[in-house]
Design a protein. Sequence first.
Length: 239
Amino acid sequence: MYNPHFSFLGFRGDIVLLFISDLHADEDQRRIYWLAELVKQLKPDLLISLGDLGYEPDKALIAKLILSRVPLRAIYGNHDNVVWMENQFNFDGSRVLIEDGKIIEAVGFRLGFVNGIISRRRRSRRGVPRKRPEEFLEIARGLKGISILCIHEFPAPDELLDSGILHAPAFTAREAVRIVNPKLALCGHIHYYRVEPKVYHVGNTKLIVIDSTEKSYAILDKRKIRLMKNGKEILAVKL
């Protein structure tokens, strides 16, 4: 039966997924060139952004240097041009924007996606929607059973529960991870809390956090995920 919220990516050979987050390319155009060089070197089958490409990045430059080489799929964070993401298509026909609750199967894993950040009051800012806690959790309930959860919001990890630095949205995102209970969760938004890109834990789930403004990214293949920074491996997690 056709499911509009499910996609299977049938690549050949070794499959590589490249994850970035918080590129904020409108703040520094050099970040687009950095990403383009990364794509050129790694030759990933798919580029996934976990939010915050930027409100007004140079769209023509992204199309020329990145979209011509690799399909880009992206969720929005709180600094994105959602209209562009909705209307931009890749050379394989896929839309850049990943809708809420979407499940993509690749590398032998099922990846599920939730857009945006959590806010109890404000509904949007500069055209970027925000979710109430109950909305975020409802989408999470539809993703039970997936292997990898991809979100922008930073979920409160076990290691920081008593740190005093976390706000309410982080605890809602933590509950979302607990509901889905994936092997792995990936997120961005960590500059808000000023924590380092690394592996944390939410119960049994390993949490990998990425900040591409600091040139960190993650590479996923069928065997493991590697967290990288400045071209050097910070750590690797076997899956």
